[in-house]
Design a protein around this ligand. Structure first.
Ligand SMILES: [Zn+2]
Length: 312
């Protein structure tokens, strides 16, 4: 997640449940931990944009995309940013299997950069960015592995790991603008940020940023058959909607573009701190988030119409 800046707000909504719950146990804490131990390791030196450390993360992501049937959308997986630092998003594509619906896309994203080497606590200068945002990157990798393996998606899917988020959402701004210029047919963008630690005292496991702007939370909860996704007032007060990679897609496309998160500013004291380390992550929580999101995203990409919408 990036540092705080701007504001704006929107209407309200309520939920119903008509679908039966679906139990998916695709990933588990072991699979999640494997990604996390690599992405948040000291070898990657905090994944600063343009660094050798983040290049290792990019290679890791590309290898997994390739292995799991996720192909490049552009001429390669790398979508270079037109700025002076050596930075690129990693963009993967999974074509939909419905002749008509495949023209519509759902983007699943997370930023894979972090703030690199800076602070120093007890001799540690590397900000490993385990929660921010090796955790979201891991979610996207596991979702890509699932959808790439099953290939049951009627709509097309784009899996994106954004660079330069911490420098001001530069990777997502670049890609959103580029896709807009290409008349990309975006249904919705679902972004993952800081899902490494559960919230306390809630009746839901994640919240959705910009909750009141759309019926996305209501629809996904309806698909889940339970309250999976809630509202966070602290997230709203801290402008989470405007501070992550969903926001440039909202600005360019004006379709639901929102972030799934379980950092509510009360449950983790190591935001942008060198102690944001892998040993503080809850892999069971992460695996649950991914499994639950698989089942609702599958319904979302296969729904006959674009039923997730911004509120009027
Ligand atoms: Zn951050």
């Amino acid at each position: 997640m990036g540092n705080a800046s701007v504001s704006d707000t929107n209407g309200g909504h309520s939920a119903t449940a008509t679908y039966p719950p679906v139990e998916i146990r695709f990933t588990d804490s072991t699979a999640v931990a494997r990604h996390m131990y690599f992405l948040a390791s000291d070898a990657l030196k905090g994944r600063d944009t343009g660094s050798e450390g983040i290049a290792k993360a990019a290679t890791y992501i590309e290898t997994l995309f390739d292995k799991n049937g996720i192909v490049p959308y552009f001429s390669s997986y790398r979508d270079s940013l037109s700025n002076k630092r050596k930075a690129y998003n990693v963009v993967g594509y999974l074509e939909g299997n419905d002749a008509t619906l495949k023209d519509e896309f759902v983007i699943i994203g997370a930023h894979y950069d972090h703030i690199g080497i800076g602070g120093r606590v007890r001799g540690d200068a590397i900000a490993n960015g385990a929660n921010d945002n090796a955790s979201g990157t891991t979610a996207v990798l596991e979702l890509a592995r699932y959808f790439g393996k099953e290939k049951r998606n009627r709509r097309s899917m784009m899996f994106v790991l954004f660079s330069a988020e911490e420098l001001g959402l530069l990777g997502s701004k670049h890609l959103a603008r580029k896709l807009m210029e290409q008349d990309f047919n975006l249904y919705a963008m679902v972004n993952f940020e800081m899902i490494g630690v559960p919230m306390k005292g809630r009746d839901h496991i994640v919240y959705l940023s910009g909750y009141k702007r759309s019926n996305m939370a209501d629809k996904l909860n309806e698909y889940a058959g339970k309250k999976l996704i809630g509202y966070s007032s602290t997230a709203a007060r801290n402008y989470v909607f405007q501070r992550s990679d969903n926001y440039p897609f909202h600005r360019e496309f004006r379709v639901p573009s929102q972030t799934i998160c379980s950092f509510d500013f009360n449950n983790y004291p190591y935001y942008h701190h060198v102690d944001d380390e892998v040993d503080k992550m809850d892999f069971t929580h992460m695996a649950t988030v991914v499994n639950e999101m698989i089942s609702v995203l599958e319904r979302m990409v296969n729904a006959p119409t674009k039923e997730i919408r911004y509120n009027k």
